[in-house]
Design a protein around this ligand. Structure first.
Ligand code: GLN
Length: 194
């Protein structure tokens, strides 16, 4: 599987390492044309406003929507989760508007801007160490969205068909099971395309 990491801003190299550890070929994506050869795309953490602005500037919005409409998987982590969402609390405009959920940015407040915890994730056997950095929460999801993980009763990971999103940074630990989960999604999607 060849998986791209959207390389406009944010934690790109770490995701590439994670995807390679999970057995995929991983590439940094800077140009729209590069989407064509991919089986999946990661939108990394960083600053969602900046990533969204650069996606508009370099005309990524419609091509990524088309990529998703073809059933190819997208994985948004932290800021990338915000970029995938249909609705962002307190903002009139969202970015890709692909995933039926409302997100709250910087949801943990000053005291707990960054922290780590062990999370149970549906579809993954043992808990995963999750690193949260100025992380968003998923406040509400539509009927087609499967909640994969919660932290203190708030949603921190979810899936809607070919779309996967988490509030934390799976690329910042050396446990790459969530990347492997995503590579499996890409493999299944590729199998159903032929
Ligand atoms: N680590 C992150 O990706 C932080 C996300 C950032 N706080 C935002 O709102 O976009």
């Amino acid at each position: 599987m060849k998986i791209g990491v959207l390389a406009l801003q944010g934690a790109v190299a770490e995701h590439i390492r994670g995807l390679e550890a999970a057995g995929a070929e991983a590439v940094a994506v800077k140009r729209v044309e590069e989407l064509d050869s991919l089986d999946g795309l990661v939108i990394p953490g960083g600053e969602s406003t900046t990533i969204g602005k650069l996606m508009r500037k370099y005309d990524f919005i419609d091509p990524i929507r088309k990529f998703s409409a073809e059933g190819k998987p997208l994985f948004g982590t932290c800021a990338g989760l915000i970029v995938l969402a249909d609705r962002i609390e307190g903002q009139d405009d969202a970015h890709l508007e692909l995933m039926d959920m409302t997100v709250q940015r910087n949801a943990f407040g000053r005291q707990r801007e960054s922290f780590e915890t062990d999370l149970d994730i549906k579809g993954i056997d043992e808990p995963i160490r999750a690193v949260f950095i100025r992380a968003p929460l998923i406040k509400e999801v539509g009927a087609g969205v499967d909640v994969l993980s919660t932290y203190k009763d708030e949603i921190v990971a979810a899936r809607q068909n070919n779309l996967l999103a988490c509030s934390f940074h799976p690329e910042l630990t050396d446990d790459y099971r969530l990347h492997a989960y995503f590579v499996d999604m890409a493999r299944e999607a590729a199998a159903s395309r032929v």
